[in-house]
Design a protein around this ligand. Structure first.
Ligand SMILES: Nc1ncnc2c1ncn2[C@@H]1O[C@H](COP(=O)(O)OP(=O)(O)O)[C@@H](O)[C@H]1O
Ligand code: SF4
Ligand SMILES: [Mg+2]
Length: 374
């Protein structure tokens, strides 16, 4: 289901595309991060003059995200749905084509102004592959001292003391200081990357596929570490993953992303007990820990790859892969009317014309699977 980017593309601004974005007032006082109607369109450089296909890749196509103080929000969706682009935009690392992003009330931009430097220090990121993000020829001491030095924090001995503390917090011995990244396992390297992210005492961490490169047995240890640290340090986090099972126990809320849009958001408890979008149900059904391992278990199989974000389907973007649409006899509205996000419960929204039917189908699938087991 991997999507590939065209050979070359650059970011574009919405003024080039004729789209406009509404300005949404930013009012939620408990919000640390607010992103409103975010669009990130990449201009295709590979499209020839006579090429009639669209000129833009709509990586993020009208997304609202709020992350409250001390909250962990996860974004889940297949590869290519726009999660990383959205995360980078929130960090001010990716220019946006339109929309507004604020952090603690201040606008997030990609500039290097003094205000933005102060914001950047409060935001940190952990990537999927800690090996690629840790300098191979630097000792762990040097890797962890680097952010402190750049910000001019502490004397050499104070920095050393701080590095001891950071290593202890992520469960590594102080002897790790003198070693190099390749002397550690994948899980230990991710611990080092987490220590580096914590070095400047951030308020907010984006963890982009933080355990995808790790063995399943190690994944839980790293997720437990992130959960402990968020409570100890009162962190807000955005966790990005293609795997619903990964985010289940680390998130307060989950947003499900499909083809540049958020299609469902709910508390973690509500999303896993009463999902209300057929795409979410398909992702859940694919997870053995959530679904049922019995051979007779009903599984919703997601057919085919997601369509290209250059040319999203009309109406509901999910309609050409939607199992519920098929079960409902292919109602015309799915292919013609774009379902906006609609509230279906406290803090629970779904972008499906038939959200109630989706929930009912989920209950029926679970009941059938329980009967198969007993
Ligand atoms: N720099 C870029 N130039 C062109 N297309 C890009 C670029 N970055 C991402 N894309 C495209 O944007 C879409 C979303 O990508 P991404 O945000 O990486 O998704 P995810 O993290 O969910 O896998 C994909 O179609 C991807 O190919
Ligand atoms: S609106 Fe129709 S196609 Fe879209 S998710 Fe709902 S049932 Fe499926
Ligand atoms: Mg990604």
């Amino acid at each position: 289901m991997e999507m590939t980017a065209p050979a070359a593309a650059t970011m574009t601004h919405l003024s080039d595309t004729g789209d406009t974005a509404p300005q949404v007032p930013q009012t939620d006082t408990d919000a640390l991060v607010m992103a409103r109607d975010i669009r990130v369109l990449f201009q295709r450089r590979d499209a020839g003059l006579l090429d009639r296909s669209p000129r833009f890749i709509r990586a993020v196509d009208g997304v609202d995200v709020t992350i409250r103080r001390r909250e962990v929000l996860s974004i889940v969706g297949e590869s290519g749905s726009g999660k990383t682009t959205l995360g980078r935009a929130i960090l001010g690392l990716q220019p946006i084509s339109s929309g507004d992003i604020s952090f603690d009330g201040a606008p997030v931009t990609t500039t290097s102004s003094a205000a933005m430097k102060r914001i950047r220090r409060r935001m940190q990121v952990i990537f999927q592959d800690p090996y690629a993000s840790l300098h191979p020829r630097f000792t762990i001491e040097k890797i962890l001292a680097e952010p402190l030095k750049i910000q001019g924090i502490g004397s050499a001995s104070e920095r050393k003391e701080r590095i001891f503390e950071l290593l202890a917090q992520v469960g590594l011995p102080s002897s790790a200081m003198r070693r190099f990244p390749n002397q550690f396992s994948g899980g230990q390297r991710q611990r080092i990357a987490i220590a580096r992210a914590l070095a400047l005492n951030p308020d907010f961490i984006v963890a982009d596929e933080p355990v995808s490169a790790l063995d399943v047995s190690i994944q839980a240890q790293i997720l437990n570490l992130l959960t402990r640290l968020r409570h100890e340090r009162q962190l807000s986090m955005l966790v990005i993953s293609h795997d619903l099972a990964v985010v289940r126990h680390v998130s307060d809320r989950v947003a499900v992303m499909y083809l540049g849009r958020i299609v469902e958001t709910a508390s973690s408890a509500a999303l896993f007990s009463a999902p209300a979008h057929p795409y979410t149900i398909a992702l859940m059904s694919a997870v053995p820990r959530i679904g049922n391992k019995s051979a007779k278990a009903q599984r919703i199989v997601l057919s085919g790859d997601p369509p290209s974000p250059m040319n999203p389907p009309s109406g509901c973007r999910f309609h050409n892969r939607c199992w519920l649409r098929d079960r409902l006899g292919r109602p015309a509205t799915c292919a013609t009317n774009d379902p906006g996000l609609t509230a279906i419960g406290e803090g629970h929204v779904s972008a499906c014309h038939f959200a109630a039917e989706a929930q009912a189908q989920w209950v029926a699938i679970k009941d059938a699977n329980n009967r198969n087991v007993s």
